[in-house]
Design a protein around this ligand. Sequence first.
Ligand code: G1P
Length: 297
Amino acid sequence: MRVKKAVIPAAGLGTRFLPATKAMAKEMLPIVDKPTIQFIVEEALNSGIEDILIVTGKAKRPIEDHFDSNVELEMNLKEKGKTDLLKLVEETTDVNLHFIRQSHPKGLGDAVLQARAFVGNEPFVVMLGDDLMEDRVPLTKQLMNDFEKTHASTIAVMRVPEEDTSKYGIINPGEEVSKGLFNVKNFVEKPKPEEAPSNLAIIGRYLLTPEIFEVLAKQKPGAGGEIQLTDAIDTLNRTQRVFAHEFNGKRYDVGDKFGFMTTSIEYGLTHPEIKVKLKDYIIALGKELSNEAKPKK
Ligand code: G1P
C-alpha cells in the first residue's frame, strides 16, 4: 500500500520562543523569509504525500491562511508587476491541508491519536516541525522507499552526542538488516546517558502502520507525564517489526533559540538575495569578535 498521508503535530505552546509565540504559532516563525512549517510541507510534497493533517492548538488561523490564496495580495502584486513575489505567494496555495485541534496538550502520542479518523487504515507519516532535514532525497521519501521493501513501520534516527540522549527517543538498534536499516529491539524515551541503549536518536520523521492507533488509545503517560509516541512504538514493536533508518543528511533543529539562530544564518548564506552581503558581514563580525577575544597587551 502506498503512503499518501502525513500528520504534522503543531499544538505545542512554543514556550521556548516567548514572547514571540504569545499570540502566534511557533510554526509560523520564519527562517529568513519562510515559516518553518512551510519547509515541512515542502518535504511532504516533494516526497509524494497527497494529504496533510495539521494537529493544531490555539493559533491555527495563520497556518491555515498561509497555505490558502490571498486574492487581495495577489492582485496587488500583479498590478505592480512583481512577478517573482507573486510566484512565491502562489507556491503555498492549493496544498491539500486538513486541520484538527488537540484541545488539551497531553503529549506527542495524544496529538498523533487525533489523526486516527483522517488516516483510517493506511500507513502514514508523522513529521515534527522542530526538525528541518536536508538531503538529496527527502528523508520522508527515504522512509517511504524502505516501506516498499519491508511493509513495516520505520523511524528516522541519527547519532547524537552521548550527553544529549535525554533530549530524545533512543533506540536499541538490534540487527542491521541492510546498510543503515535496523530491526529495532526496543525504544526508550529520553533516557539518561548511563541508561541509554545507544546514541541513535529519533529525529522527527516516522512512518507508521495504522495499528499504532490501537496502542495509542490505551497508552498511559510516560516521560514528563505526557503520552509518548515513543512508548507506543515500543509496544507496537512487540507485535510487528519496527525498523529504524539512519539518516545521513543534514538536520537543523529549530526547536530552540540557538538552533533557530544557526539555521537562520546557514539558510541565509544560501539565500540568493542576501547571501553575499551576509557572508561579508559574518566575516567582518568574526574579525571584530576575535580581536575582542585577544588579550590586551
Ligand atoms: C520528540 C519525541 C522524541 C524525539 C524528538 C525529536 O521530543 O518525543 O522521541 O527524539 O521529538 O525531535 P520533543 O522534542 O518533543 O521533546
